[in-house]
Design a protein around this ligand. Structure first.
Ligand code: RAM
Length: 330
C-alpha cells in the first residue's frame, strides 16, 4: 500500500474511533443500584429514545448497593468525563446535592427521575406518577389482598429513598381515612432493594407479627422477595403480598397465589421519557421553570409544577387477568 494511502487510512481510523470527532452528547443515567430489573427496563427505554433523537450516547451507571455514597463517587467520575446531562434516581434527597451542584456549576444539566433530589440539587424531576395517586393505589391494593383488613406491614427499599418514603407517607394518609378503619399498619422495615435482605426482612415480619395479613412492598425488589418468602414459609393464602412490581418478575407469584394484584407504571417508558427530558434540558429548550411543558416523544408531555416536578401517568394494576401478557414487556 502506498505510504500516503496508509497515512490517510490511519487518519480516518483515528477520526472514526476518536470520541471528539463526531462527539455524541453523553447523557448519564445514574440508577439506585445495578442488577435491578426495573432500572434495566428503564435503560432499554433510554436506548430507544437515544436512537430516535440521534447524536446521543447513554452512559448507564449505578453503585453495587443502593447507597448515596456510591452515587456520589459515580457523579464525580461523570463530571470528570464531561457528560452533558446527569439523570439520577437518588438514594437520598439531600446527600447528592453538593456533588450535583458542583456538576451544574461546571455546565452539566441535572435532572432527577423516579427518586427525587432536593430542588436545589437538580433542574427538574420526572416522576413516574403522582405521589397521591401512588398512595391511593397502595391502599387499594391492600384491601384487594385482604378485603376484611387486618394487620399490614410495609417492606420498603432503603430508609432514605425519596420515592418510597413519599409514597408510604401518602399511603398512611389514605389508610387514616374511615374507609380503611379495618386496616392496621404494624410496621415498616427496609430491605435496601437487595433481594437477600428483603427476603430476610419479610421472614422477620412473619415471625414478629403472627396475625399479619398483608405485606405491602412499594419496591420491585422487595415485592418479589416477599412473595418468595411467603411461599417458602408456606404462608400462601394466609398472608398476601402486594405493592409495586414488575409483571415479568411477579407472574409466577400471581399464578401460585402469593399475590392477588400489584401495580406499576411502564419502566421502559420512564427511561425513554428521561432521555427526552434530558435532551430538552441540554439543548436549552427546557430550563426547569414552573409551568414549562416538557415533550416526551411518543409518551406525551408533562408540565412542571412549582417544585419543577413533572408527573407522568397513573399506576396500572396487574392481576391474573393480564399479568401474563405484560410479563413479556417488562
Ligand atoms: C425499585 C426501586 C425504584 C422504584 C421501584 C418501584 O425498583 O426502588 O426506585 O421506583 O422499585
Amino acid at each position: 500500500m502506498p505510504r500516503l494511502h496508509l497515512l490517510l487510512t490511519a487518519a480516518l481510523a483515528a477520526l472514526v474511533s476518536s470520541p471528539s470527532a463526531f462527539a455524541a452528547d453523553k447523557i448519564a443515567l445514574v440508577v439506585k443500584s445495578l442488577g435491578n430489573g426495573f432500572f434495566d427496563a428503564a435503560r432499554q427505554g433510554a436506548q430507544e429514545a437515544a436512537k430516535e433523537l440521534g447524536g446521543l450516547e447513554i452512559i448507564y451507571a449505578g453503585p453495587a448497593k443502593a447507597t448515596a455514597e456510591g452515587q456520589v463517587e459515580i457523579v464525580n467520575a461523570l463530571i470528570a468525563q464531561r457528560v452533558k446531562v446527569i439523570a439520577i434516581s437518588a438514594n437520598d434527597p439531600d446527600a447528592l446535592v453538593p456533588v450535583l451542584k458542583k456538576a451544574m456549576q461546571r455546565g452539566i444539566k441535572v435532572l432527577s427521575f423516579d427518586s427525587m433530589v432536593r430542588k436545589d440539587g437538580r433542574q427538574m424531576h420526572l416522576a413516574p406518577s403522582s405521589g397521591p395517586l401512588i398512595g391511593r393505589k397502595l391502599a387499594a391494593l391492600i384491601t384487594d389482598a385482604s378485603p376484611t383488613g387486618g394487620q399490614v406491614a410495609v417492606l420498603s427499599a432503603t430508609a432514605q429513598a425519596t420515592n418510597q418514603n413519599a409514597w408510604i407517607a401518602e399511603m398512611k394518609t389514605v389508610l387514616a381515612t374511615p374507609a380503611y378503619a379495618s386496616v392496621k399498619l404494624v410496621g415498616v422495615v427496609y430491605g435496601d432493594d437487595q433481594t437477600d435482605k428483603s427476603y430476610r426482612e419479610a421472614q422477620g415480619l412473619l415471625k414478629s407479627h403472627p396475625q399479619l395479613k398483608v405485606i405491602v412492598a412499594p419496591t420491585t425488589v422487595g415485592i418479589a422477595a416477599a412473595a418468595r418468602a411467603i411461599q417458602d414459609e408456606r404462608m400462601t393464602g394466609k398472608v398476601f403480598v402486594t405493592g409495586l412490581g414488575l409483571p415479568s418478575e411477579m407472574v409466577g407469584h400471581v399464578k401460585n397465589g402469593a399475590v392477588k394484584s400489584f401495580a406499576i407504571w411502564n419502566p421502559v417508558d420512564l427511561g425513554y421519557s428521561v432521555i427526552y427530558a434530558a435532551n430538552a434540558l441540554s439543548k436549552g429548550g427546557v430550563k426547569g421553570a414552573a409551568g414549562e411543558v416538557v415533550s416526551l416523544g411518543r409518551v406525551g408531555k408533562v408540565t412542571l409544577d412549582a417544585n419543577a416536578e413533572g408527573a407522568m401517568a397513573e399506576p396500572f394494576t396487574f392481576d391474573a387477568s393480564n399479568v401474563e401478557k405484560f410479563s413479556k414487556m417488562y
